[in-house]
Design a protein around this ligand. Structure first.
Ligand SMILES: *Cc1c(COP(=O)(O)O)cnc(C)c1O
Length: 388
């Protein structure tokens, strides 16, 4: 087989770190017990591992272990947060606010709630992808029950001003949920300082296993009520039934622990790689950087390319680099990214975009190889257009 392309799609998922795998392995066949089994040592072993992982994750975001509810990932956590709040607070109000640039795992539960009679304000964003705080405040009504704003965008990497948003929500006594799937282990998160009431997490974007995540649910000041979306054995304080998957949970905590331990050095390293890639690509004319230039994830570079067809561009890049245009989660659709069109891009410019996701295992040599190939591909596509 020929060499596989260089992986620069770390916003879709990341390879699992070997240290995470090592931490997980004993919990598959050796310490395999059900953490809910309270009558024997098999259960106790698993329960101890889950407890330790829960404490670690709570520490990572500044909450208590009881406030962590394990889920299958961020999609489920978002669904639990948004539908769970809607169901618990509908007698107080039926209005929700969320930006247009959210992940579909936030937008789709909101659309679903609209079909049940809730009202959703889909906030526009500025050209740099950030929300306008004044617009947010103006959108809050007496019947608003929830504001859901993602921590970091999965396409353009922009980091929203969580602390300011939290302050506004608290002043107006509206619950604040944030989808932090791309942010956990990459940027500092503190639910107290940022006044966050609900936060969705996932392991597989931070070199952990797929199929595990969590929802942070605030227990005091204020206490958040949540209607369960999964009923059964009453696990996770009744908020999410289902046997806990110990190996995944252990791996999740290990992944976040490693992410935080290496946060500073990795941020710096990835930012340098991103700058290196951008400096090379920006030598061409008609290359646009999407999203705020500095307030973004260190490993994210999203560009739009003038004068080329988006599909042809991706096809040309494919043999050398694994990247995506827009988000992997909606990559089966041919419509341009809803995030890029929300920035005010034309359809064709939004379509001719590339999302580079640099990660822990990306090297300088890989970046240079990708830059060279991308430049050559863009140039040859542009020449082909001229000839026709
Ligand atoms: C990946 C992602 C999700 C979905 O997370 P899963 O754990 O794969 O369900 C949700 N929101 C954002 C911002 C993401 O990047």
């Amino acid at each position: 087989m020929s060499q596989r392309p260089i992986y620069l799609d770390c916003h879709a998922t990341t390879p699992m770190d070997k240290r995470v795998l090592d931490a997980m392995l004993p919990y598959f066949s050796e310490h395999f017990g059900n953490p809910s089994s309270i009558t024997h040592v098999y259960g106790w072993e698993a329960e101890a591992a889950v407890k330790k992982a829960r404490e670690m994750l709570a520490d990572a975001i500044g909450c208590t272990p009881e406030e962590i509810v394990f889920t299958s990932g961020a999609t489920e956590a978002n669904n639990l947060a948004i539908k769970g709040v809607a169901e618990a607070y509908f007698s107080k109000g039926r209005h929700i606010i969320t930006p247009q640039t959210e992940h579909n795992a936030v937008l789709d539960p909101c659309h679903y709630l609209e079909s049940l009679g809730f009202e959703v304000t889909f906030l526009p964003v500025r050209q740099d992808g950030l929300i306008d705080l004044e617009e947010l405040e103006e959108a809050i009504r007496p019947d608003t029950i929830l504001v859901s704003v993602m921590a970091a965008n999965n396409e353009i990497g922009v980091i929203q001003p969580l602390e300011e948003i939290g302050k506004i929500c608290r002043q107006h006594e509206v619950l604040f949920h944030t989808d932090a799937a791309q942010a956990i282990g990459k940027i500092p998160l503190d639910v107290q300082k940022m006044k966050i009431d609900l936060m969705s997490l996932t392991a597989h974007k931070v070199y952990g296993p797929k199929g595990i995540g969590a929802l942070y649910v605030r227990r005091r000041n204020p206490r958040v009520n949540l209607a369960a979306q999964m009923h059964g054995g009453g696990h996770e304080r009744g908020m999410r039934s289902g046997t806990l998957c110990t190996p995944q949970i252990v791996g999740f905590a290990k992944a976040v622990e490693l992410g935080l331990a290496e946060l500073k050095s990795e941020s710096k390293r990835q930012m340098q790689l991103r700058e290196r890639l951008w400096q090379q690509l920006a030598q061409l004319d008609g290359i646009h950087l999407n999203g705020h230039p500095t307030q973004r994830l260190p490993g994210n570079l999203n560009i739009s390319v003038e004068g080329v067809d988006g599909a042809a561009l991706l096809l040309g890049l494919q043999p050398v680099v694994a990247v995506s245009s827009g988000s992997a989660c909606s990559s089966t659709s041919t419509a341009p990214s809803h995030v890029l069109t929300a920035l005010g891009h034309s359809q064709s410019l939004a379509y001719a975009s590339i999302r580079f996701g640099i990660g822990r295992f990306t090297t300088t040599e890989e970046i240079d190889k990708v830059a060279q190939h991308a430049i050559a591909t863009i140039q040859s596509l542009r020449q082909a257009v001229v000839k026709v």
